[in-house]
Design a protein around this ligand. Structure first.
Ligand code: CUA
Length: 341
């Protein structure tokens, strides 16, 4: 079964304080969504079909392992402490055959079948409902949505998905190997420079979750996370539509003088869609809920501190510090960036 590709979105997530509470706001009306830190990236609280299958497998394996462990330990205790008369050699041979050969063979074969049933069951000709290209960078995520009209909308570090849709992630990396992992939605997959890997996930519950890089990729590997916002399809369509729009206000002179456009793109009405910077797209920066790949809260003071010295917060980040520019100019840049809803 497939549904029509969702249109897009309009809502923006705006962080008010560095808590896990996120507020979805925007032209479609405010609707608070909270991120529960105990379940936002828990493989045992699945919010997607793949994660649910993996969680089921985990419980089946754990239950079967516990039963077998109890049987083995129980038998050992009985053998050592139980009061019983010596058994015949024939009984001992049969016991070893049953418990040491037949039982493990049957049990492991059954568990193998249970595990193999979880292998992906789709062909390249099965079209997904939505395709999202994600590129691993040191240390952030470049995200490009394919739109229903064949275009691409670029954003970074915050993934919005429609609930119930089969989403195909086309994964690669530019520098080193990263690994794309949203524990509540499904398993992880490596992002390899020069290669493309494909992962399909289907979110089944709305909410705000957390994704993470699961492959050591450098100094700030542990600071390479991602906000994942799963919303109803109509809200996603509105969000995507808003994300595709150019920025509302042109950059101040200080932004150009500091050389920011050498790395970052803030789309204007006449920016060709294929243009991408080496750094994260900032067109709707202020609509995101966090800064530096879910490392920092996104607010005026934090953004200013980040621009002055990114390495203080994120060792190894490619962005140079701008502590040397006039504080008033930096203030002008930050004020403008925080208006980019
Ligand atoms: Cu990217 Cu670890």
């Amino acid at each position: 079964m497939r549904t029509t590709p969702p249109a897009v979105l309009t809502c923006a997530t705006i962080p008010r304080a560095w808590t896990f509470a996120l507020v979805l706001a925007g032209p479609v009306g405010a609707q608070p969504v909270s991120r529960d830190p105990t379940t936002a990236q828990s493989v045992l609280h699945p919010a997607g079909t793949d994660a649910a299958a993996i969680a089921n497998l985990f419980w089946i394996m754990t239950g079967a392992g516990a039963l077998i462990w109890a049987a083995v330990i129980g038998t050992a205790i009985y053998a050592v402490l139980g009061r019983h008369k010596p058994q015949s050699e024939r009984f001992a041979d049969r016991f070893i055959l049953a418990g040491g050969v037949i039982f493990p063979t049957v049990t492991l074969a059954l568990l193998l079948v249970v595990g193999l049933r979880l292998l992906p069951n789709w062909r390249a000709t099965d079209l997904p409902d939505l395709r999202v290209h994600v590129v691993g960078e040191q240390f952030w995520w470049r995200i490009r949505y394919e739109t229903p009209d064949g275009g691409l909308v670029e954003t970074a570090n915050e993934l919005h998905l429609p609930v119930g849709a089969e989403v195909e992630f086309v994964l690669t990396a530019t520098d080193v190997i990263h690994s794309f992992w949203i524990p509540v939605l499904g398993g992880k997959l490596d992002m390899i420079p020069g290669r493309t890997t494909v992962l399909r996930l289907r979110p089944t519950a709305t909410g705000v979750y957390r994704g993470a890089c699961a492959e050591y990729c450098g100094l700030s590997h542990a600071l390479m996370a991602m906000v994942v916002v799963v919303v109803p399809p109509d809200r996603f369509a509105e969000w995507l539509e808003a994300a595709a729009r150019p920025a509302r206000t042109p950059p101040p002179a200080a932004y150009l003088q500091a050389g920011c456009p050498a790395c970052h793109v803030v789309r204007a009405a006449d920016t060709p869609p294929e243009v991408a910077g080496v750094g994260p797209d900032l067109t709707h920066l202020a609509a995101r809920s966090s800064l530096a790949a879910d490392t920092l809260p996104l607010d005026h003071a934090t953004l200013s501190g980040w621009i002055a010295n990114p390495a203080r917060y994120k060792p190894g980040a490619r962005m140079p510090g701008f502590a040397h520019i006039d504080p008033r100019e930096r203030e002008a840049v930050v004020t403008w960036l925080m208006e980019l809803q």
